[in-house]
Design a protein around this ligand. Structure first.
Ligand code: ZN
Ligand code: ZN
Length: 367
């Protein structure tokens, strides 16, 4: 084993540096030599261990004082990280790393070699699909949405303890959820096996959920769909997902909306399209007609004289509601002209006369 370098030299700090400077220096060194960034680089691993060892000593006031007076010899070889595994070191500094990196987990990309356990502090999100009619969408509605999966046990209100009893502090870990073991110089902590890291223990588990606090069952969640909701949109209902482990908050429920097609209407965002059949006379002379909207309200449509088949009449503000409550889109009415298929003798006579008259007018107009 080669001669140990001076800890201050390793971290590149002055002998009288503050604990703040120490942290900064170690953070820099740890980032640079982190095993996740230097896969298979033995030299970097050594530097990482060296910096970690230096920091573990200098960040402890008592050990730092000992080291300042007696050097490496004063620590009696207890502070040797060279034989420690990288994972042990990472676990040892876990709190500090999460501090450094704002609790974002590994800054070196997920699934690194450090194997740190990400604490789960809420339940899983759940996704369901709901189909609505165009009428539902136009008016807005409330629906009871069935959600399958684990849900808080109703008998123990999710505590896992038999009604009338309550969880106690775990004796194995004294309620901390962590047990520590010493290997050489370093104290390693790991989740307590008896309580699963929760720190609490249930002496009388609830019979219904066997102490887990949740059971597999179907729930019904009332979801409010705002007017104007459209296919492909997603609503979030907070805290209606899976129950969180160990009394932590539940996840969220995501509701994916599908608005069923309605053959009478076409929809594009807040614009609504529909067809209107008018008689030949109305198309030619002009007049009033009515269309029925998905919410069963009637809307008057002005047909101008001489309206051609296939013409589109725009009715402002009678389309679908906007989600931001800024009003409604427009209604586009496609005009179809009805051609009668059953004609009485009299009607035929009138039409012939009309044709002659119109034909004369056409000829007159054309000449
Ligand atoms: Zn229960
Ligand atoms: Zn425990």
């Amino acid at each position: 084993m080669s001669e140990k370098r001076d800890y201050y030299e390793v971290l590149g700090v002055a002998r009288d540096c503050s604990s703040d400077d120490l942290r900064k220096a170690y953070r820099q060194a740890a980032l640079k030599h982190h095993p996740d960034r230097n896969q298979g680089d033995a030299a970097a691993e050594l530097r990482f261990k060296e910096a970690s060892e230096a920091y573990s000593v200098l960040s402890d006031d008592q050990k730092r004082a000992t080291y300042d007076r007696f050097g490496h010899a004063g620590l009696g070889g207890g502070a040797d990280f060279s034989g420690a595994g990288v994972n042990d070191i990472l676990n040892h500094f876990q709190d500090m790393f999460s501090d450094f990196f704002g609790g974002m987990g590994s800054p070196f990309g997920g699934g690194g070699s450090n194997g740190r356990r990400r604490r789960q502090d809420r339940g899983q999100d759940v996704r369901v699909e709901v189909e609505l009619t165009l009428e539902d969408s136009m008016l807005g509605c409330k629906r009871e949405v069935p959600v399958h999966g684990r849900a808080a046990c109703e008998d123990c209100s999710g505590s896992g303890a038999q009604p009338g009893t309550s969880p106690t502090s775990c004796q194995q870990c004294r309620g901390t959820g962590q047990v520590t073991a010493q290997r050489g110089f370093i104290m390693f902590s790991s989740p307590c096996a008896r309580c699963g890291g929760t720190g609490s223990f249930i002496p009388n588990p609830c019979g219904t959920c066997r102490g887990s606090g949740s059971v597999e069952r179907q729930r019904r969640v009332i979801v409010t769909f705002p007017p104007g909701i459209d296919s492909g949109q997603r609503l979030r209902v907070p805290n209606q997902g899976m129950p969180g482990p160990n009394q932590t908050p539940a996840g969220d429920l995501y509701v994916d909306v599908h608005v069923a097609a309605d053959e009478r209407f076409e929809r594009q965002g807040d614009t609504l399209g529909t067809r209107l059949r008018v008689t030949f006379a109305t198309a030619a002379l002009g007049g009033k007609a009515e269309v029925t909207l998905p919410d069963h309200t009637q809307v008057g449509v002005d047909i101008a004289a001489g309206t051609q088949p296939g013409a589109v009449v725009l009715v402002r503000g009678k389309g679908m509601p906007r989600l931001d409550r800024s009003g409604r889109g427009d209604l586009h009415v496609l005009v179809e002209v009805m051609v009668p298929t059953k004609l009485s003798k009299h009607a035929k006579k009138l039409l012939k006369e009309l044709e002659e008259e119109l034909g004369a007018a056409e000829t007159h107009a054309a000449s």
